[in-house]
Design a protein around this ligand. Sequence first.
Ligand code: NAD
Length: 433
Amino acid sequence: MRVAMIGSGYVGLVSGACFADFGHQVTCVDTDAAKIGQLKAGRMPIYEPGLEELVRSNARAGRLAFTIDIAEGMKGADAVFIAVGTPSRRGDGHADLSYVYAAARDIARNLEGFTVVVTKSTVPVGTGDEVERLIRETNPAADVAVASNPEFLREGAAIGDFKRPDRIVIGIQDPRARGVLEELYRPLFLNQAPILVTSRRTAELIKYAANAFLAVKITFINEMADLCEKVGGNVQEVARGIGLDKRIGPKFLNAGPGYGGSCFPKDTLALIKTAEDHDSPVRIVEAAVRANDLRKRAMGRKVIAAMGGEVRGRTIAILGLTFKPETDDMRDAPSIAIIQTLQDAGARIVAYDPEGMEQARHVLSGVDYRVDAYGAVAGADAMVLVTEWDEFRALDLARVRKLLRAPVVVDLRNIYRPEEMARHGFHYHSVGR
Ligand code: NAD
């Protein structure tokens, strides 16, 4: 089948490359000429494990192409996916749908023959209706079926998630869309990935419900961590103790500095706004958002307390800046609020991240970047672990101890063992233990 992917960011590029790898003919379109130029030259605009090889091999095989010209990209397409960004609208927290609607109008002008237009971007309930209306208004002669196919991939594990999904959700109004989407995903049916076919509105809501539930789960264990610290419990054992219950499950029960990233913060806010608009508030999600927002600065204060309550003029080494390991994505990373809190209190920040420093430069100011973890901790008054990249798990702790000016370590991801840290002579603080 021929596929056009409108928007070639994390989701569009990964989805496009994976569809090509299934054997489909894919063209990824983007309005960002620099991004398309890079992709044509075989360079990845994002860091995602395995992506470069996947893109190169499928481009070489002639199944994956890139263009800024939507007319060229859509030529003969059976399905056109909308995979553009849906950030929070400045000021009110609603999803900003301007990119989706612009893409819908561009698509409408270039439709030829029957085409399925599929929204893969995360969009509020009812967006599919508006996309369909815009397409019919722009091109009344168009023969389209507008479907919803939300994406659940995780950055850092995106290719595996796309190729071995827990489920595929397809929301349709026009039954003709079903056959096209089933044909596109056929390689996954052969792997027996469950497919849920539902209405377009239900599919749109499933995506928000999933992200909001996961955000609530993380926030819940974070509050249990705080309680553990007050009452002398161990949150990792609490998590294991509840996670073994199959009704609860063990995933997303790692206490930490609060969730961030390109999805949970904006999607929880957008769901709250949709629910308010329909006079059906989601109070649990509202509480999670508020708790999570407060938590990030609280983590900054936790570091200050670990350093004796005064950080003015002192140097703090931050290890890990991205919102999670194996990505260079800095969108809403907890490190941003934590570093801001420490800078507000007068601290000097040195930092190291294996992949995220280039993106970090756009969102952080006054930070000194180092080429590795040891360079960051050298001469610092404390080391703060914010993102649990694997290379930090295997640090030479004796060397870290020698390099640090003061032996303070704050581990916001619980990756070190308290006994071992004590043996090395660190004043070690973690989360909920
Ligand atoms: P992104 O910002 O990385 O990429 C979006 C791309 O769309 C950009 O390259 C931009 O230049 C391009 N674009 C914008 N308007 C365009 C237009 N009219 N025509 C062509 N290209 C256009 O965003 P992302 O992280 O890939 O997210 C895309 C959507 O997928 C969002 O709705 C997001 O919520 C959702 N999603 C993201 C993830 C994730 O892990 N990043 C996971 C699941 C769902």
